[in-house]
Design a binder for this molecule. Sequence first.
Ligand SMILES: [Zn+2]
Ligand SMILES: [Zn+2]
Length: 121
Amino acid sequence: MNTVFWMRGASISLLALAGFLATGCGKTATTGPQEAPPVTPSAVTDDHSQWWCAEHSVPEEICAQCNAKVAAEYQKKGDWCQEHNRPESQCFICSPKRAEKFAAEYEARFGTKPPQPEANE
Ligand SMILES: [Zn+2]
Ligand SMILES: [Zn+2]
């Protein structure tokens, strides 16, 4: 009969149980793997040679933030947001809903959602 061995064994399993409970409770739920964004057929580049200005989420030909001539035209029309230095109709800061119209144009053309610009405002 080996009482010491038995006692040790019992305390070890108690310790193990305590440890298990501690880790079981303290463990925070880890977020699952992030869903990878769908790959767009054409790689998004910022060379401004494409139809879409990925940086400003508007067609390049009307992107006043890339083209000073376009900007001047918008200013002449009175379509200008002084605060954000861009056409009011393209000021997604004042009204994020305005982006939807351009996004729809992009989607109609390419059949995919436009690339999301990096948030820098
Ligand atoms: Zn632009
Ligand atoms: Zn604005």
